[in-house]
Design a protein around this ligand. Sequence first.
Ligand SMILES: [Zn+2]
Length: 114
Amino acid sequence: MKKIDILARIHDGSITSDEAWSIHDSIIYDGVVNFQDVMMLTLLEHRAFCHGVNYDELSRWRYGGWPSTCQICGREIDINREHWLARSKEENAPFGLAHIACLPVSRESKEGEK
Ligand SMILES: [Zn+2]
């Protein structure tokens, strides 16, 4: 399968976000397991994508800079060296990053369902 630098194409305006998703869907439909490779995402971009950051936002991160601070403690995050999670504070809010260690532990998930 031909590779496509999806984030660069969004950035230069040659494809829309909807088109990015169609390409994504066709790759998944074709059963291409390594879409990180086909979409030419870096390891960190792929990780953020898996946390829910969409292609539009990821493209802005690549060309405009990643969030540099933790949403919870406010300290800097070194994305290459620290454990982080991409998250949005509420539905449809832009994504940011948080240190894994700063995340609140969910009681519900520990206690399980009753
Ligand atoms: Zn933190």
